[in-house]
Each structure stands twice: as structure tokens, then as C-alpha cells.
Design a protein around this ligand. Structure first.
Ligand code: HSE
Length: 309
């Protein structure tokens, strides 16, 4: 194989209660990337569409990851990359993560799949570090493993793939403003009261239990974030209105997708998801802030190979 085209999904990190430790992949949007094997060693980006990103191979999250893997594997070939961003950087939907995870996955295909999903996650985390200064795993792991994931431990890295209840749908609104992950992390407290920690970890347990048992009520009760959301929502205009609109229309819960500004709502079934989308749309349309929206299933497969030859 010397040519590969893949789809790398957008992801929702944190999922309200699980800051830096929970994430899931979505079906509706993501990046398309192509990989061409070259005789010349090293990596080159020949085209980027859909976003204004650097072609500097050390600074671009995707090429930085390709470069690292090729070096680590001592590969005797190089890779030429094209990246089509299906959604914008700074959206809170794991934009750099989709590129970094896609880069790890694609390069591994050329190497005959020598690296496991866990190892690919580690490589992709390096891309996150290049892009935003922190090697966070929740978005990249969700893109690589698909479905819901729990980052059970960072050192050593341990990822647990969680089940996805059949009827679960996600509705998201992306207000067209940019929130940099770095800035959204800077507003967070360094210490939290024990009482808040108890509430939060009980909700993480509840959410995971709800996913395993298809218990939508438990999922709904657990989609609560009392630690991060109160600080970050100030960066997202009309966050409370959107959340209320989603809940009023029957969403199981709503919160900030990753570091924002995208707001996500989880719903049981398509019918409710459509009502939630309408209700959120109504709440936002007079704000004078442009926005895009989507409904999606949770993407259970992660990366998809579109073409190979
Ligand atoms: N867990 C990360 C955060 C996701 O919320 O900052 C963004 O990379």
C-alpha cells in the first residue's frame, strides 16, 4: 500500500463530569486525510483545506506526529500528507486531536500496523502537545478507539473503551467564536473542595454505569459538572440559555464540548434529538453570533479507511 485516505472523527471530551478523562467520537464530522508513501524520507504537507493551519512540519500537529512515528519506527520511507479539516480549530470538538490521531493511524497502516491503539494514542498525544501545549488524551483516545473512552490513568497511560447505548444521539451547536484550549485551561482552579470532588467522581461512576446498563436516567442524572463548567461557561456567550433549551426539549443533559465553545447535548433517540436541535437553534438565532449545528450518532469505530491502494 502506498496511498491511503482516511476519516478521523471529531470528538467530545470531558462529557461534563469527566474532565480530561472521558471522551467520545462523533460520526457526523471529522477530518479527511491522505497519506502517500514517498521514497524520500521525512514528512511533507502538500495541501491543507478547510482551515488556515501551518505547513511547518514541526509545528503542525499531524506532521509532527507522522515525523515522530517514522523516526521511532526507523522507517525507510517518507510520507506526503494532505489534510482536509471538516471543522474548525478552536471549536472544542478535538480539531488538533483529529489531525494528530489520524496522522498516527495513517502512518501505522504504512508500517504494517506495528503499533497498538494505546501506542497510537501516545503518539497522538504528542501532537496535542505541539498544538496546545498539553499532552491531553481524552480527545485523541476517543478518535483512535471510537465510541466512549475513559482515560483511567495518564502515567502509565491506560484507556478503557466503554459501551455506547444504541439510542444515544448527540446534538451540538458551535458558536463561531474561537476559544483556545490554553485559555480555557487557564481559568480553572488548581484546587477543589473535597465535597465537590465527591460529587464529581460520583457522577463519573454514574455515567459509566449508565453506559454499561443502557440506563438513560442514570446517564441523565450523571451529566453534571460542578468543577469545570462554572468557570468555562463565562467564555461561551449564552451557554445557560442553550443548556436550558436543550433540557426543556428533553435532552438527557448538556455541557461544554471539550474546552468549548461548542455545546453538546446527549439525547435518547432521533426524535428527541431533532426537538433538541430545534430548541437550541431557536434560543441562539437572535444572538447575532453565527453558529453551525449537527446531530450525530456516537461513532463506535473511530478511524475509517475511505480508500487505499
Ligand atoms: N480535556 C481537555 C480540556 C480537552 O477540557 O481542556 C481539550 O483538549
Amino acid at each position: 500500500m502506498d496511498y491511503l485516505k482516511i476519516f478521523s472523527p471529531a470528538t467530545v471530551a470531558n462529557v461534563s463530569c469527566g474532565f480530561d478523562s472521558l471522551g467520545f467520537a462523533v460520526d457526523a464530522i471529522g477530518d479527511e486525510m491522505t497519506f502517500t508513501k514517498t521514497a524520500k524520507k521525512g514528512v511533507k504537507i502538500s495541501k491543507i483545506t478547510g482551515a488556515d493551519l501551518t505547513y511547518n512540519v514541526d509545528e503542525n500537529a499531524a506532521s509532527a506526529v507522522v515525523q515522530k512515528i517514522l523516526k521511532e519506527a526507523n522507517a525507510n520511507f517518507g510520507v506526503e500528507l494532505t489534510i482536509h479539516k471538516g471543522f474548525s480549530p478552536g471549536s472544542g470538538l478535538g480539531s488538533s486531536a483529529a489531525s494528530a490521531a489520524g496522522a498516527a493511524f495513517g502512518t501505522n497502516q504504512f508500517l504494517g500496523n506495528i503499533y497498538s491503539e494505546l501506542e497510537l494514542t501516545k503518539f497522538a498525544m504528542f501532537g496535542e502537545e505541539v498544538a496546545c501545549g498539553s499532552a491531553i488524551a481524552d480527545n485523541v483516545a476517543a478518535a483512535i478507539y471510537g465510541g466512549f473512552v475513559l482515560v483511567r490513568s495518564y502515567e502509565p497511560l491506560e484507556i478503557v473503551k466503554l459501551p455506547v447505548p444504541e439510542k444515544l444521539r448527540v446534538v451540538a451547536i458551535h458558536p463561531q467564536i474561537e476559544v483556545k484550549t490554553k485559555d480555557a485551561r487557564a481559568v480553572l482552579p488548581m484546587e477543589i473542595p473535597l465535597k465537590d470532588a465527591v460529587t464529581q467522581w460520583a457522577n463519573v461512576g454514574g455515567l459509566i454505569s449508565g453506559l454499561y446498563t443502557d440506563n438513560y436516567n442514570l446517564i441523565s442524572n450523571s451529566l453534571v459538572d460542578i468543577i469545570v463548567e462554572p468557570h468555562r461557561k463565562k467564555l461561551i456567550p449564552f451557554f445557560d440559555d442553550v443548556k436550558q433549551a436543550a433540557i426543556n426539549a428533553g435532552a438527557l443533559g448538556a455541557g461544554i464540548s471539550g474546552s468549548g465553545p461548542t455545546i453538546f447535548a446527549l439525547c435518547k433517540g432521533n426524535k428527541i434529538a431533532k426537538k433538541v436541535l430545534k430548541s437550541i437553534e431557536e434560543s441562539y438565532k437572535n444572538t447575532e453570533i453565527d453558529f453551525t449545528m449537527f446531530i450525530s450518532k456516537v461513532n463506535s469505530e473511530g478511524m475509517k479507511i475511505i480508500e487505499s491502494k
